[in-house]
Design a protein around this ligand. Structure first.
Ligand code: MN
Length: 337
């Protein structure tokens, strides 16, 4: 369990002006409120709000968010009232805790996808303050990380499904890509453990074949783009996540043996003309994979998304996916509309 001083030190590392006294008071308040309550894991219940708060420090959130995370289950699960919260921590914190409590009460009420869509809309409308949503997402992340302790399999499945349909989708919409990936993969492990295991094993095999050498591939692409007059192009490489690979296998009907591309690259340049220039340089160097080229610059997606997508047999004959876009397109794609 994370100690009080560890939490404080972490916050101070990115926010030296954080209100240490307020955080300490919230820590003690929540600890006393949850008292002897236990989690399904047998851990003291209080370890949960502390873990949620700690996850928010990874996002460098402000004092009020951290305090809200510490208090987030007190109104729902203990004798504490919103009036108590306001008296102790002020109006701002009361508002935030109230928001999280309301969202928690909506859970488990979305049986089909139509309801899930309504639930998502409701969540967004109810969380006028983005911090409410972030506390809720961190709450769900920790609950997913400890899901295995819940004994009822149907309950685990329902929570995992809700996580994909609602929370991961929300995280994506507000541009929290890392959170989205974590939530999806944790849910994937619960919903389709065998499929996930097969993908993870295949990824290990491909990695051993050198198919995931990100740095080397980035530097080769960088050289080719520099030769083509684009020395300033930014190149980002990442290994794909098991869940997104699974989604793609499903929609494209790919078998595990056929699964070959596990890394993806993004090239960010200054303007649209440079996008096509970069695409030309890539296609001149490596064989393209038929049917993989999509021009979402001349024909944007309905949500406004723009990029060039292609896939080539890259260095070492390993299949790689590449997206090419301008800085402005990048901001839109990452941050949402
Ligand atoms: Mn909670």
């Amino acid at each position: 369990m994370i100690r009080q001083y560890e939490l404080i030190e972490k916050i101070k590392s990115y926010d030296p002006d954080a209100d240490e006294d307020l955080i300490n008071r919230a820590y003690v308040f929540a600890m006393q409120a949850h008292g002897a309550q236990k989690r399904a894991s047998g851990d003291p219940y209080f370890s949960h709000p502390v873990e949620v708060a700690y996850r928010l420090t990874d996002l460098k959130l402000d004092t009020a968010s951290i305090v809200t995370a510490l208090l987030h289950d007190t109104v729902e699960d203990t004798e504490v009232t919103l009036e108590d919260i306001e008296a102790q921590f002020g109006k701002e914190i009361r508002g935030l805790v109230d928001g999280v409590t309301k969202l928690s009460r909506l859970e488990g009420k979305s049986e089909n996808s139509k309801q899930a869509e309504n639930f998502r809309k409701l969540l967004i409308a109810m969380s006028e303050d983005l911090r409410v949503l972030l506390v809720k997402l961190a709450d769900r992340l920790h609950n997913m990380e400890t899901l295995k302790h819940i004994k009822n399999p149907e309950k685990r499945q329902r929570i995992a499904k809700e996580t994909v349909d609602i929370y991961a989708a929300l995280a994506e919409r507000i541009g929290m890509r890392h959170l989205k990936d974590e939530l999806q993969d944790l849910a994937f492990a619960e919903l389709y453990p065998e499929a996930r295991e097969s993908i993870v094993r295949r990824m290990e095999f491909l990695r051993a074949q050198g198919a995931a050498d990100l740095e080397k591939t980035v530097s080769i692409i960088r050289d080719k783009l520099a030769d083509a007059g684009l020395p300033h192009a930014e190149i980002y490489g990442r290994e794909k996540r098991p869940f997104s690979i699974w989604k793609k296998m499903e929609t494209k009907n790919i078998s595990f043996e056929q699964l070959s591309d596990i890394i993806a690259f993004r090239i960010v340049v200054n303007d649209i003309q440079e996008c096509y220039q970069a695409l030309g340089a890539i296609h001149a160097e490596w064989h393209t994979i038929p049917g993989q080229f999509k021009d979402y610059i001349s024909t944007p997606k309905p949500n406004g998304y723009q990029s060039l997508h292609t896939a080539v047999l890259g260095p070492g004959q390993h299949r790689v996916e590449i997206q090419i876009r301008t800085r402005q397109m990048e901001e839109l794609a990452e941050m949402g509309v």
